[in-house]
Design a protein. Structure first.
Length: 228
């Protein structure tokens, strides 16, 4: 804190005060907790206790997804996952992936900025499938050196509260030449885990520049498209 040494009055003799600046004027205030123990309200305590569960769970989820996050700009991914897990924990009393649905892994580069074709998600008790139209407009060409693209469907499932409780399965599409109309759909499907196991499905699109994967994060998109 920056004090105006020339204008501030001398502090009270006890030394238990701090100089406070407000729009209505500046003044000395007794330090919080110096006259009695500071009390944490119940809502904060509940949030703090939930954080002890959801923060490690978010870290486990991120670690399991780490092979798919290379070259992506994920920002504060752990914090965003933890916040959504906390909401589910508060409402349902257990860890659930329900509020992760619709979350973009790259907030600055949402999937829809790159993937312009329609995406249709089908789900039943045994399987999840994602269908994507492969047209000349399917992928936005952000630069002139992008030559191709492909899709991945990633299924993460299990107990995020356990260090070894999460599993990942994935399936890849063929590589498609950018700007070409294949007059078809790309269908990606995976078998769902046993009933009662939490799961989330993520769709990822990756661009290729020549013979190499693209370098810039904007050439990738990744989003949670379904949860159960």
């Amino acid at each position: 804190m920056n004090y105006d040494i020339m204008n501030m009055p001398p502090p009270p003799p006890t030394g238990q005060y701090v100089w406070v600046k407000t729009k209505e004027g500046d003044f000395w205030r007794m330090k919080r907790g110096s006259y009695r123990p500071a009390q944490l309200n119940e809502a904060y305590l509940q949030s703090s206790n939930a954080m002890k569960i959801t923060a490690p769970a978010a870290s486990r989820i991120r670690r399991r997804l780490s092979p798919y996050l290379s070259r992506l700009d994920t920002g504060r991914l752990n914090a965003r996952i933890s916040a959504r897990l906390r909401k589910a924990l508060k409402e349902g009393g257990k860890l659930s992936f329900a509020y992760l649905k619709g979350m973009d892994i790259q907030p600055q580069y949402p999937l829809e900025k790159l993937l312009k074709a329609w995406v249709h998600v089908e789900q039943d008790a045994q399987e999840i499938a994602v269908n994507i139209a492969v047209k000349e407009y399917t992928i936005t060409r952000h630069n002139g050196i992008v030559t191709a693209y492909y899709f991945e469907l990633i299924l993460l499932w299990g107990d995020a509260g356990s260090d070894k409780g999460l599993r990942v399965e994935e399936v890849d599409s063929p590589v498609y030449r950018i700007g070409e109309d294949y007059n078809t759909e790309c269908r990606l499907n995976l078998v769902l885990p046993p009933a009662g196991q939490p799961w989330m499905a993520l769709l990822k699109v990756s661009c290729i520049e020549g013979r190499e994967l693209a370098m810039a994060p904007r050439m990738y998109g990744m989003k949670v498209v379904a949860c159960g």
